[in-house]
Design a protein around this ligand. Structure first.
Ligand SMILES: Cc1cc2nc3c(=O)[nH]c(=O)nc-3n(C[C@H](O)[C@H](O)[C@H](O)COP(=O)(O)OP(=O)(O)OC[C@H]3O[C@@H](n4cnc5c(N)ncnc54)[C@H](O)[C@@H]3O)c2cc1C
Length: 418
């Protein structure tokens, strides 16, 4: 199944561009189905930074089918609560332990560790990542694609495949080459992220989102005892210091108890965009993960949505390449997954809007509404289902279509008896 790429032109069924979480998951699904593929990434080593740190209940249900959920759970920290506070005042508590899932929790795990688990599973199913290969051009041949890549040492390779999948992140060259628009907008604020060590007397078994007149801040415990801090700031520093994070928590976090930051383990900032690809498929070009959708990290949905895209697309490609379905079956991919991305963009956007509200009158109303929702079990359950991804579980299955009849499309019309 693994193609030898030591020659000039390599033939395979699928080229996956990008070995982030979405590309790795897609490789696992194709590997398990015995579909020949080549997975290329321009980085010589996987990224070793924390980035997306939460895996939701529904994603874990899906990842169980790929054989990785138990391994992720063994490494991560399981949390059962997500609490919204205005400084010290409790507004809304969401609980995950009674959700209709085999994994009823939020799993905190830095993205580099998630990628390591996915990579190990990829090797087990007979695949691997060809690292240090940058895809520079893709030609559409009509009945396939010709993908051209250059290694870090200047070697050239061409890959002839039936399909190319862009798992190459937000700035996807696959999406751009296919001429697919990425419609949406960019937020004015920037997001600051940091993993910090701190003395914190406010518990380490839940994610806390604090609202305050100065803005929002999220504090989430990580498996190694450090905490993930996420905040919106007008001009986030490129590398936040202990003093930056301390000032944020002093201005926005709890007033009571102890909050003393002692070390910044990792920090970053990024600008937010809400964008969804205009289509997920153009001919032989398909998109998954951040190449297809990006949005606010509020609610931690980005990587989760990409992992589910990969599972659905992998199953659909396997059905087409094995001959069980016609090529047209792949048109159903975006019908299933694009609405799910639109829902996530809307949900994360509303959460960001609520969290970044500055007007005192609006903040007052927001807090009243959230406190009211906290007393309404049905409304709370709806939010828990949306946050955990379980409300979108129908969109995590490849569409069910009558298998292709042997003998081509007309065979189905032929009488069975003469
Ligand atoms: C600083 C930061 C913090 C984040 N924090 C959060 C968070 O808290 N919560 C959350 O949900 N999400 C967060 N995200 C987003 C999350 O990391 C992404 O949603 C996730 O990584 C998307 O996975 P992906 O596989 O689609 O793409 P990516 O992880 O972006 O992977 C794309 C891969 O494609 C490769 N590639 C690109 N172009 C080419 C090419 N031409 N040829 C070969 N290879 C190519 C890249 O090297 C890369 O490895 C964060 C992102 C960043 C940058």
């Amino acid at each position: 199944m693994e193609a030898n790429i030591d020659q000039g032109t390599v033939s395979t069924d699928v080229v996956i561009v990008g070995a982030g979480p979405a590309g790795l998951a897609l490789g696992i699904v194709l590997g398990r189905a015995g579909v020949p593929f080549v997975l290329l990434d321009k980085l010589e080593q996987g990224q070793n930074t924390s980035r997306a740190a939460v895996i939701h209940a529904h994603t874990l249900d899906v990842l169980e089918e790929l054989g990785v959920a138990a391994r992720l759970e063994a490494l991560g920290r399981k949390l059962s609560k997500f609490c919204i506070r205005d400084r010290d005042r409790s507004l809304l508590d969401l609980h995950f332990d009674s959700l209709p899932s085999r994994h009823p929790h939020l799993l905190m795990l830095p993205q580099n560790q998630t990628e390591e688990v996915l990579n190990a599973r990829l090797l087990e199913v007979g695949g691997s990542v060809h690292r240090g290969w940058t895809v520079g051009a893709i030609a559409d041949l009509g009945d396939g694609v010709l993908v051209s890549a250059t290694s870090a040492h200047g070697e050239q390779r061409s890959f002839k495949a039936r399909y190319v999948v862009g798992a190459d992140g937000m700035h996807s060259m696959v999406r751009k080459t296919a001429g697919i628009g990425f419609t949406g907008h960019t937020y004015e604020e920037s997001f600051l992220l940091a993993d910090v060590a701190m003395d914190w007397t406010h518990g380490n078994d839940e994610v806390k989102l604090f609202f305050s007149p100065a803005g929002m801040v999220v504090v989430a415990p990580l498996p190694d005892g450090t905490f993930r801090i996420v905040s919106t700031v007008d001009n986030a520093p490129e590398l936040p210091t202990v003093a930056d994070i301390q000032a944020l928590l002093d201005a926005r976090g709890p007033r009571t108890g102890t909050t003393t930051v002692t070390k910044v383990v990792w920090g970053s900032r990024f600008r937010l965009h809400d964008r969804v690809a205009d289509t997920y498929r153009r001919g032989r070009f398909l998109l998954v993960g951040d190449a297809a959708h990006v949005h606010s990290p509020a609610g931690g949905q980005g990587m989760n949505t990409g992992l589910v895209d990969a599972k659905v697309l992998g199953e659909m490609l396997a059905a087409v390449i094995s001959g069980r379905q016609d090529d047209a079956y792949l048109d159903g991919y975006e019908k299933v997954r694009r609405p799910a991305a639109m829902q996530v963009v809307g949900f994360a956007g509303r959460l960001t809007w609520l969290a970044t509200m500055r007007n005192p009158a609006k903040r007052f109303v927001r807090n009243m509404v959230l406190s009211l929702v906290n007393r309404m079990p049905m409304a709370k359950r709806k939010l828990e289902m949306a946050l955990s991804g379980l409300s979108r579980s129908a969109a995590s299955k490849a569409p069910v279509v009558e298998p292709r009849k042997p003998g081509g499309p007309l065979a189905a019309l032929r009488p069975t008896t003469v």
